[in-house]
Design a protein around this ligand. Structure first.
Ligand code: SAH
Ligand code: SF4
Length: 332
C-alpha cells in the first residue's frame, strides 16, 4: 500500500521524469494482468431525464436548457443487437435517475438483452435505488453496476450535491451492490470545484477499502445552466496521474479511459491507456438521440455509427500497441 506521502508526491511532483515513471509503472501493472488487451463496452445513454440536482451536472433537474429524451425498450434492444453483430459482448446502460424506468421496466429490458444474447455482460448505471431494485435487476441478469462515489470526503460530497442527497446513501448503495454480487464500479471527478490533493488521497483510501472491480474517473468539465458553469475544468495531467495511482493500488482493476478525458485532450484515450487504463466505452447510442445526453459541455460526439466508432477506436489503439477486445472483459 502506498503511504499518503508517496501518493502526495506522485500527484504533485514537477519532475517530468518522475511522472513518466509513474505512468510506466501503472502501464506495466495493467499489462501484467491484461497484456495488450483494452476492453470495449458499448455505451447506450438511455435517458437524459433526472430527478436529482447534482450541482455539476448538465442533466440536473433544474437545468431548463437540457434537452430531455428517453429511448424505448425496442431501441435499446436494437442497439444491443447491432453491437452484438459487430462483436461487442459488453453493454452499459446509463442514464439520469429517470423514474419512468421503473424497477420492473428496467428488469424487463435487462431480461430482453440476456434472452437475445446470453453471452453478453450487462452493466447498469442509473444511480441510487433501494437494495430491492438492485436485487430485482441482478435476478434479471445484470452483471455490473457503475455508481461513482463522487467524493470520499463527506464535506466535499455535501458541497457538490444538494441537501437532499447524502453521502451515506451513496455508500449504502455501493455496499448493497457488492453484496448482491455485482461487479461494482465507483469513482469520482478530477478537478471539481473545491477538490484537493488531500481529498484524492481519501478517494484512493476508499477505493482500497471497497475493493471495486471498476473505477471510473474523468476530469470535471463545466456544464452550461448549472451552478458550476463558470468553474474551470479539471486538468488532464492530474487525471492521468490519478489513473496511474489508482492502477498501482490494483493491477486487476477495470479502469476506463473516459470520454471526459478524451474531450479535454485530443489524444485522451491513448494517454489514458498509456497511464494504465484498460477499458474504453464507445458510444453506441442511436444517432437520433446522440448529443442530447449532455452531462457537460463540448462532449466529444461523433456522427459515426457503432461500426465506425469501433473502427476508429481500434485504429487509435493499434498505434499504441493495444488490441481492442470485444469480449465480456470480466475482472480477472
Ligand atoms: N445518473 C447516474 C449516471 C449518469 S452521470 C449517476 O449519477 O450515477 C455519470 C457520471 O458523470 C457521474 O457519476 C459524474 O461523476 C459524471 N459527471 C456529471 N457531471 C459531470 C461534469 N460536469 N463533468 C464531468 N463529469 C461529470
Ligand atoms: Fe442526475 Fe447523475 Fe447528473 Fe446527478 S450526475 S444530476 S444523478 S445524471
Amino acid at each position: 500500500m502506498m503511504s499518503d506521502d508517496e501518493i502526495r508526491e506522485w500527484l504533485t511532483t514537477e519532475d517530468a521524469e518522475k511522472v513518466e515513471e509513474l505512468h510506466r509503472n501503472a502501464r506495466m501493472a495493467a499489462e501484467s494482468v491484461y497484456g495488450e488487451r483494452v476492453f470495449a463496452r458499448g455505451l447506450i445513454e438511455i435517458s437524459s431525464y433526472c430527478r436529482n440536482n447534482c450541482h455539476y451536472c448538465g442533466l440536473r433537474r433544474d437545468n431548463r436548457n437540457a434537452e430531455r429524451y428517453r429511448i424505448s425498450h425496442e431501441t435499446i434492444w436494437k442497439a444491443c443487437d447491432d453491437g452484438y453483430e459487430l462483436g461487442l459482448r459488453s453493454f452499459v446502460l446509463q442514464g439520469g435517475e429517470d423514474m419512468w424506468f421503473t424497477d420492473e421496466r428496467l428488469a424487463e429490458i435487462v431480461k430482453g438483452i440476456k434472452e437475445r444474447h446470453p453471452d453478453v455482460a450487462v452493466t447498469l448505471s442509473v444511480g441510487e435505488r433501494p437494495a430491492e431494485s438492485y436485487r430485482l435487476w441482478r435476478e434479471a441478469g445484470a452483471d455490473r453496476y457503475l455508481l461513482r462515489h463522487e467524493a470520499a470526503d463527506p464535506l466535499l460530497y455535501s458541497q457538490l450535491h444538494p441537501k437532499e442527497m447524502s453521502y451515506d446513501n451513496r455508500l449504502r448503495c455501493l455496499v448493497d451492490l457488492q453484496r448482491l454480487g455485482y461487479q461494482t464500479g465507483c469513482g469520482f471527478m478530477v478537478g471539481a470545484p473545491r477538490c484537493t490533493i488531500e481529498g484524492y488521497i481519501k478517494d484512493i483510501r476508499l477505493i482500497e477499502k471497497l475493493r471495486p472491480a471498476m473505477v471510473g474517473i474523468g476530469p470535471f468539465i463545466p456544464a452550461a445552466g448549472t451552478p458550476f458553469d463558470k468553474c474551470k475544468a479539471g486538468s488532464a495531467d492530474m487525471t492521468l496521474r490519478l489513473l496511474s495511482v489508482i492502477r498501482m493500488t490494483n493491477p486487476h482493476l477495470l479502469l476506463p479511459a473516459t470520454t471526459a478525458l478524451d474531450t479535454i485532450l485530443e489524444d485522451g484515450m491513448e494517454r489514458g491507456v498509456m497511464a494504465g487504463a484498460n477499458v474504453i466505452m464507445p458510444n453506441i447510442t442511436p444517432l437520433t438521440e446522440r448529443g442530447k445526453y449532455s452531462i457537460y459541455d463540448n462532449k466529444r460526439i461523433t456522427g459515426n455509427d457503432a461500426a465506425e466508432t469501433l473502427d476508429v477506436t481500434r485504429q487509435r489503439l493499434e498505434v499504441i500497441g493495444r488490441k481492442l477486445t470485444l469480449s465480456r472483459g470480466d475482472y480477472e
